[in-house]
Design a protein around this ligand. Structure first.
Ligand SMILES: [Zn+2]
Length: 423
């Protein structure tokens, strides 16, 4: 079944059949694909070579005209979801009842890959409303697994701890930087968090690992304090599916029933095992808003070798950056993640914000806002040194009142902390 050609795209017979179905369905149901696929003939068996000739779908196309991607009538739409729009215009998608079942299957498969079962109890620390897909997907997945769910939602550390000691969940689903906040709160308030029921944390929204797949500073800040197993995930609303780590923690596995994956260099060629490229996906088995060769803009390393868990599906390393978030500063190229990682090494920094401004020359200016208390501390010198070492350049630092800074990062209407802003 499994074949990996020299061109490094993972494909199975089953996937190619699903791809053909998706492409035929799109070219007859979606106004957008009716136009872009008009010249292609789908009457024969689809080969990988044929597939590679199909045009890409870009984020811009989808954001500008999401209705033209919809393949179903209004009466068949069960959920209207939208992206957070942290890197551009928000994107809306339409899900049918079957698409919701597909979401549930995706999360159930992910949970089983992580080793969870129906005796587990999950606590959800992310938003489930505001058209947010992930919270809904996790909720459906826990149901599908037959496990229990406590939906607390984001924020409010005291409420989270009260619930943990009251209902004894075994798994938390959370943004990892919030787990750091949760640990700090427990320490300050004498909560015996090390003896809680929590064994594992499914982390969303932020990378946990370095490029060599060891835990990054954020991940370590959690496990150095708390004996829990952390699982990375990579997901997006557009994919309606997640890449999830197994307990080998060697990258996030593709769910090949639901997604066809390509990892491509800037010329559109497949990158090799162990190299980084842009993640491009075709969604399989989607009815509402299926996407063909969708360019996510996310850059990650791909691994095509067999995992120690026995699975042969490809795995993705942490997202190194987003194509449209490359910062060109003083002659070097930096991704925001490198700045975050550098700042998060310092326990004295509990909150920060990065500002990127285009100057007249078309280059970026890079500012880092820190809490006022750091101005007079010797650690500031170390922070600057570390920036020079790791980023090879020194950003400009500004200092802001702690409460004001916190309000700039943790905005009420945002699902994730806004750690960076491109002006
Ligand atoms: Zn594995």
């Amino acid at each position: 079944m499994f074949r990996m050609k020299t061109n490094n795209t993972y494909s199975t017979e089953k996937q190619l059949n699903e791809l053909k179905k998706t492409i035929e369905y799109c070219s007859t149901h979606s106004p957008h694909y009716k136009k872009t696929l008009a010249l292609h003939d789908f009457s024969y068996q689809l080969s990988l070579e044929d597939y590679k000739k199909l045009p890409f779908t870009t984020k811009d196309e989808l954001a500008k005209d999401h209705k033209s991607f919809c393949c179903v009538e209004r009466k068949d739409i069960a959920e209207y979801v939208t992206t957070s729009g942290t890197t551009g215009d928000p994107i809306s998608l339409f899900l049918t009842k079957n698409d919701l079942k597909r979401l549930a299957k995706n999360e159930k498969d992910s949970f089983e890959l992580m080793g969870f079962a129906n005796e587990d109890v999950f606590q959800l620390l992310t938003t489930i409303d505001k058209q947010f897909m992930a919270g809904l997907a996790y909720s459906l997945g826990v149901q599908e697994l037959g496990a229990g769910m406590i939906r607390i939602g984001p924020g409010v550390p005291k409420l989270q701890w009260d619930s943990i000691f009251n209902y004894e969940p075994t798994v938390l689903i959370a943004v990892p930087s919030f787990i750091v906040t949760l640990i700090e709160f427990a320490k300050e308030n004498g909560i015996d968090f090390k003896n809680s029921s929590v064994k594992s944390i499914v982390c969303i929204g932020e990378p946990l690992r370095n490029n060599d797949l060891t835990l990054n500073t954020l991940g370590k800040r959690i496990t150095d304090n708390w004996d829990v197993q952390l699982f990375s995930t990579y997901a997006s609303t557009e994919m309606g599916a997640a890449f999830s780590e197994c307990s080998a923690h060697k990258g996030c596995h593709l769910n090949d029933d639901l997604i066809f994956l390509e990892v491509l260099d800037e010329h559109g060629n497949d990158v090799k095992h162990g190299d980084a490229g842009e993640i491009v996906v075709t969604t399989l088995q989607v009815e509402g808003t299926p996407l063909i060769r969708y360019k996510t803009g996310d850059i990650a390393t791909v691994y095509y070798d067999k995992c120690s868990c026995g699975s042969t599906t490809p795995r993705l390393g942490p997202i190194i950056g987003r194509k449209n978030q490359m910062i060109k500063f003083k002659g070097t190229t930096i991704y925001p993640k490198a700045i975050f990682d550098t700042l998060e090494e310092f326990n004295d920094i509990s909150c920060y914000k990065v500002l990127i401004e285009k100057n007249e020359l078309g280059n970026d200016d890079l500012f880092i806002l820190l809490e006022e208390k750091l101005i007079d501390l010797p650690v500031l010198h170390q922070i600057k040194e570390r920036c020079r070492e790791k980023l090879r350049v020194l950003p400009t630092f500004h200092f802001v009142d702690a409460d004001k800074l916190r309000a700039m990062v943790y905005k009420k209407h945002m699902r994730k902390p806004e750690k960076i802003i491109f002006k």
